[in-house]
Design a protein. Sequence first.
Length: 138
Amino acid sequence: MATTTESKVLLVEDSKFLRMATERVLTHAGYEVSTAADGEEALRVANEKMPDIILLDMMLPKLSGPEVLRALKANPATSAIPVIVLTSLSQKNEEKLLRDGADAYFEKSRLDLDQNSGLLTATLETVLSRLHRPVPSE
């Protein structure tokens, strides 16, 4: 993989099956993955681990995905961390989620981890590459 080796990803997904399958794909692609199963855990882990990027499910117990997204963006410590929204909801919600601070939107229906795992890692690469543009050396 390109520049993402060692990039830290926080995967927030309440479905144990999807969380484990996605974690396996991301780990195989060279990411260091932390996971959270609900919104409260997501905020705690984000503050502890300070990931490079967050994959955030929208339908979560305790705090919903939109609540987590707003809390992440309102906290100066986590506001700069890019968030890719994972959702089963239709794309009509994309505009509002992007307005609320999401950096990208990924429909779970496209998350066929055996066939299309490259789509997810490509989305991660795209968002991360926007952050890691070369900085002129002094």
